[in-house]
Ligand binder design. Structure first.
Ligand code: ADE
Length: 241
């Protein structure tokens, strides 16, 4: 998978080269390009923003600069998917992370200030798939932190990135529920023992116990997720809880 990030703060996304993502780069599982948007601004100040039509606070990023950057970075064939982080976007979900993990090329366009001139998105959408995406109901200063979040969620799903392939099959959300608690040695810590069933070796009982804790946790923390589960995904035992 190839990833390109366009930003006025290239150093902000340098964590993409750390830890597991760095390993994925070193091993050739992903390729990463980070591009300074100002390289596509041609005035002496290399300005990328201007005041909004219609008035109001803040600045809007200029369409010509973004247009040139996207022309240079997005090939005509095969077309990448363009992702524009914005608090006004569709909410990012684990299902979207899985869908993005199947793409060959993702380009992230980080806006700052009050956003990017809408014509940039509209023009790009004439020649490639474009998603305006929010990582949550709060407002960040710019899209960079959102790109770190989305890239991490996507890249960990690529084959070979996580040591243990099974580990994302048990992720929170993979079955529509939050994941329950986990324990490791020692058996007793600060007077608190590990639940007996986890040391029983009875895998059916362990799976049932994990499922029950996941249901319980989801019920208390995210009741709307439980309500959204299709009826057939709950078994007889689940319904008693
Ligand atoms: N840019 C600013 N706030 C954002 C958010 N919540 N999600 C994605 N991009 C953003």
């Amino acid at each position: 998978m190839r990833l390109d990030v366009i930003t006025i703060f290239p150093e902000y996304v340098s964590p993409l080269r750390e830890a597991l993502l760095g390993k994925a780069l070193d091993r050739g599982l992903i390729q990463l390009g980070v591009h300074d948007l100002r390289d596509y601004a041609h005035d002496v100040h290399r300005s990328v923003d201007d005041s909004p039509y219609g008035g109001g606070p803040g600045m809007v990023m200029k369409p010509q600069v973004w247009g040139e950057a996207l022309d240079a970075i997005c090939p005509a064939e095969p077309t990448p998917r363009l992702i524009v982080p914005t608090p006004a976007g569709r909410p990012f979900t684990q299902a979207m992370a899985h869908a993005y993990a199947r793409e060959q090329h993702l380009v992230f366009a980080c806006g700052r200030y009050e956003g990017i001139d809408q014509r940039v998105v509209d023009a790009a959408a004439r020649r490639m798939p474009v998603d305006e995406v929010s990582i949550g109901d709060y407002v960040l200063i710019g899209g960079e932190a959102a790109v770190l979040v989305m890239v991490e969620a996507v890249v960990r799903l690529l084959p070979g990135v996580l040591g243990n392939q099974a580990s994302h099959e048990q992720d929170s959300f993979s079955d529509g529920l939050l994941e329950g608690p986990s324990y490791t040695r020692p058996e007793v810590w600060q007077d608190m023992p590990v639940p007996d069933v986890l040391r029983s070796g009875n895998h059916a009982a362990i799976n049932r116990w994990r499922r029950d804790r996941a249901l319980e946790r989801t019920y208390h923390r995210r009741p709307e997720l439980l309500a959204a589960l299709p009826a057939e995904s709950l078994d007889k035992h689940d319904r008693k809880l």
